[in-house]
Design a protein around this ligand. Structure first.
Ligand code: AQP
Length: 340
C-alpha cells in the first residue's frame, strides 16, 4: 500500500439534511482523497449546536449524525482507510477551543462573512457560539497537525483565520502548530440557492425550495428544479455568466460538475434550446447521482451496530492524536494536564 504522508481534514456539521452543495464541493471527492492522504473526516456536531435550539431539535441531532455518517459511507468513505468520528466524542476540541479563543482577535472574528450573514438571518437569537464558530473550527483543524483542509468556497475565510491564529500562537511559543493549506476544487466550490442564486445553497435555508437535499424524493427535486429562478432573456440564452445570469450559471455548474461535461461544451449543446430543456437535463443528472447515493445510504443506515462501531473506533484513533497535541499545548502554556 502507498505510504500516505500528508494529513487532510474535512468536516460537515449535521445541522440538517446534507445538500447537493455539500456533495458537489466536498463529499464526492473524499473517496479519492483518502487514497492519497491520511484523511480525518469529522461530523461537527458541536458546531451544529449553534443552530439547533429547541429540546425536540436536539433529539434530532442524533438522527442527523447517523444520517451524516451513512451518507459519508454511501459516498465512498472507507473507515479502514480514514478516521471518521464525531467531534463531541473527542473532548480536546472543546478544550483547545477555549485556549485558542484567548489567542483570537475579536476584531477579526467580527469580520467573518458567515457570522455577518447569520446574524442577519437569526436577528433575535444570536448566540455567542455563532461568533466563536471559526475558533472551534480552527481547533478541529489544528489538533490533527493538518496539512490540508478540504472545504467549499464559503469556508475559505475561516481557514485563513485558522492560519492566522496558528501563526500568532507559534510566534509566541515556537513551532507548535502546523500551518494548514486550503484545498478547494474550483468547479462547484459554491452551489447557489435555487430561488436566490446570489445566496449560497444552505441546509438551514428557511425556504426548502431553495435547496436540493441528498435524501430527498426525486419528485420533489424535479419540482424544485422546475421552479428554480432563471431570467427573462428573450430569446433564452444558456451561457455561463455568474454576474449577469446567476440562475442559469448555477444550473450549468450543477450539470457540469455531476456530468463531467465542460461548461463550454454545455453552452454549445444548449444553443437555441429552452430553459426548460436545461432544467430537465439538470434534473436527470441530479436524479441519477442521488438515487445511487440513496440506495447505498439506506443499506448503511439500517446497520446501526456498524455505525456505532465506526464511531467508537474513529474517536479512539482521533483521541490518540488530539491528546498528544493538546498535551504539548498545555505544556508550553504552563498548564497542568492529567495525561502529561
Ligand atoms: N452551497 C454550497 N456549495 C458548495 N459547498 C458548500 N458547503 C456547504 N454548502 C455549500 C461546503 O460543505 C462543507 C460542509 O459545510 P457545513 O454543512 O458544515 O457548513 P456550512 O458551510 O455552514 O453549510 P450550510 O449548509 O450553510 O449549513 P447551515 O445551513 O447549517 O449553516 C464545507 O466545506 C462547506 O464549504
Amino acid at each position: 500500500m502507498k505510504k500516505k504522508k500528508l494529513t487532510l481534514f474535512s468536516a460537515i456539521q449535521p445541522s440538517g439534511n446534507l445538500t447537493i452543495g455539500n456533495y458537489i464541493s466536498v463529499l464526492r471527492y473524499w473517496k479519492y482523497l483518502q487514497k492519497d492522504y491520511k484523511c480525518i473526516f469529522c461530523i461537527a456536531d458541536l458546531h451544529s449546536l449553534t443552530s439547533f435550539k429547541k429540546k425536540k431539535e436536539n433529539l434530532s441531532i442524533k438522527k442527523s449524525i447517523l444520517d451524516t455518517l451513512a451518507l459519508y459511507l454511501a459516498c465512498g468513505v472507507d473507515p479502514n482507510q480514514s478516521i471518521v468520528f464525531i467531534q463531541s466524542s473527542v473532548s480536546e476540541h472543546s478544550e483547545l477551543n477555549w485556549v485558542l479563543s484567548c489567542y483570537s482577535s475579536y476584531q477579526e472574528l467580527t469580520r467573518m462573512t458567515q457570522f455577518k450573514s447569520k446574524i442577519l438571518d437569526y436577528r433575535r437569537h444570536i448566540n455567542s457560539g455563532l461568533f466563536n464558530y471559526p475558533v472551534l473550527m480552527a481547533s478541529d483543524i489544528l489538533l490533527y497537525k493538518t496539512d490540508k483542509v478540504h472545504v467549499g468556497e464559503d469556508q475559505k475565510q475561516h481557514i485563513e483565520l485558522t492560519r492566522n491564529i496558528a501563526n500568532k500562537f507559534n510566534s509566541i511559543y515556537g513551532k507548535i502548530f502546523k500551518i494548514p493549506d486550503i484545498l478547494i476544487y474550483k468547479s462547484g466550490a459554491r452551489i447557489m440557492s435555487l430561488l436566490d442564486p446570489k445566496r449560497k445553497m444552505s441546509k438551514s435555508d428557511k425556504n426548502v425550495k431553495s435547496t436540493i437535499f441528498l435524501l430527498e424524493d426525486p419528485q420533489d427535486i424535479f419540482l424544485k428544479i422546475k421552479s428554480s429562478v432563471t431570467d427573462s432573456d428573450l430569446p433564452p440564452k444558456i451561457v455561463f455568466d455568474m454576474y449577469k445570469k446567476p440562475g442559469i450559471s448555477n444550473l450549468l455548474i450543477i450539470l457540469s460538475t455531476l456530468s463531467g461535461i465542460s461548461l463550454c461544451e454545455l453552452e454549445k449543446h444548449f444553443l437555441g434550446k429552452s430553459y426548460f430543456e436545461l432544467k430537465k437535463e439538470v434534473y436527470n443528472i441530479v436524479e441519477k447521482n442521488i438515487l445511487k447515493i440513496q440506495k447505498k445510504f439506506f443499506f448503511y443506515r439500517n446497520k446501526k451496530k456498524l455505525l456505532y462501531k465506526i464511531f467508537s473506533e474513529g474517536s479512539y484513533k482521533a483521541s490518540k492524536i488530539a491528546k498528544k497535541t493538546l498535551a504539548k499545548i498545555y505544556k508550553v502554556l504552563g498548564l497542568f494536564k492529567k495525561y502529561q
